[in-house]
Design a protein around this ligand. Structure first.
Ligand code: ADP
Ligand code: MG
Length: 388
């Protein structure tokens, strides 16, 4: 267009430099790497950047009860024989010895409670064989040639060994937050074992934090509704009880739209952990849960759940800042180079400068303390959720 060659070759070179997307390319991975490292240092293990993205936008968090909201160290509070029958110390020893036999090899918290009680009373577990878990229901093993079960009372009722009177007897401790299991084999009901598991000290505070962040927490448990209500009431949250692994899965699917995080620890939680937008396993959880989950809460604190979401939200905000810096600077220098206001040297500085700025901004995440929540304003969280 009749313009001088030397001016436009020079501006063209500046434009080529401006066109280098170095800062943009580094903006996302630098933030993700910083966040993963910050998380890992605080015991929040996330298996990749996609987890951060998903965690930043969850609206629901579903918690398993046993081992997640509670310590997962239940203690046996009562042993009961069949209703309306004489109950001798030998019967109690047989109940414990049989239950311990079935639970040998089980990693479920209830199993440890029973094994501990047996050890305390000096009761030896009977020899057993072929133990296996029936997820969400109980465990079974061969004891003295009989297929013997330690399972939730409804299982014993379904097997036809538990009477209505026995079921009523199981209800009372349940309303006080105990979990009651029945010990039986086909044709014979040996008795009930009541166990109580205390909620983790930080659980109530964690729920308050989640609600302040605009997230709805809910309990999904395989335990009975009375025990679940006792725990849920203490934490001020909703609950759904008597859920088999498939029910937990369905409940998670129903919440998927708004983004849902599932926090669990057991084999029974694995399908739900896999299905959820983000599955987080408690560090003390079973191998299956830890392997299936997208994230692990290594320090076993419920408060680390809101912390993980806070870290994810801070990371996404950081990424948005980075993209704005990277593209914004380029846009400004694109115009000024074409108009000849800025030259090649400034273009180089802008290019390198943007990369440095973006990297420094991402490194700020290394200092981020996701456990601090008093300074976090609910308003900024709201916009983050909306834009993402
Ligand atoms: P949660 O969802 O609260 O972690 P689970 O699904 O692990 O609970 O267990 C649900 C119910 O199944 C328990 O409340 C108990 O009645 C029974 N159960 C599961 N595992 C065992 C076990 N190892 N010993 C006895 N009962 C068990
Ligand atoms: Mg559990």
């Amino acid at each position: 267009m009749g313009q001088p060659w030397d001016v436009w070759i020079y501006r063209g070179l500046a434009l080529l430099l401006i066109g280098c997307p170095c800062a943009l390319v580094i903006s996302v991975p630098a933030a993700i790497a910083s966040a993963l490292s910050t998380g890992a240092r605080r015991g929040l293990l996330m298996k990749g950047g996609a987890v951060i993205e998903a965690a930043a936008t969850v609206n629901h968090v579903a918690f398993d009860k046993t081992g997640t909201l509670t310590h997962g160290r239940p203690v046996v509070t009562a042993l009961q024989g069949p209703a309306g029958r004489a109950w001798f110390p030998e019967d109690q020893a047989e109940l414990l010895a049989t239950a311990a036999a079935v639970e040998t090899g089980s990693s479920h918290p209830l199993a440890l409670a029973i094994l501990n009680r047996a050890a305390e009373e000096g009761v030896l577990a009977l020899p057993s064989d072929g133990g296996r878990a029936i997820p969400g229901k109980g465990v079974t093993a061969l004891v003295a040639g009989h297929e013997t079960y330690v399972a939730s009372p409804p299982q014993a009722v379904a097997a036809g060994v538990m009477s209505d009177a026995d079921l009523t007897q199981a209800r009372a401790p349940e309303s006080e937050g105990n979990t009651v299991v029945a010990v039986y084999r086909p044709g014979r009901f040996l008795g009930l074992i009541a166990m109580r598991d205390e909620p983790r000290a930080d659980a109530a505070d964690a729920m308050r934090q989640l609600r302040a962040m605009g997230i709805t927490p809910v309990i999904l448990t395989g335990d009975n509704p009375r025990t679940a209500a006792a725990i849920a009431g203490a934490l001020g949250m909703d609950f759904r009880a008597e859920m088999l692994p498939a029910d937990k899965l369905a409940a998670i699917r129903a919440m998927l739209d708004g983004g849902v995080m599932m926090v669990g620890d057991g084999i029974n939680d694995a399908p739900a952990l896999k299905q959820a937008s983000v599955g987080a396993a408690m560090g003390s959880g079973t191998d299956v849960a830890l392997e299936t989950a997208d994230a692990a809460i290594l320090r076993d604190r419920v408060e680390d759940v809101p912390a993980l979401i806070r870290l994810a939200r801070a990371t996404m905000a950081n990424i948005r800042q980075n993209i704005t810096i990277a593209l914004g600077l380029k846009a400004v220098f694109l115009v000024t180079s074409v108009l000849g206001i800025t030259g090649l040297w400034l273009a180089i500085l802008a290019d390198t400068g943007a990369t440095v700025l973006v990297t420094l901004n991402a490194l700020r995440l290394l200092r981020h303390d996701p456990t601090r929540h008093d300074s976090a304003s609910p308003a900024s969280h709201g916009t983050e959720t909306a834009t993402a």
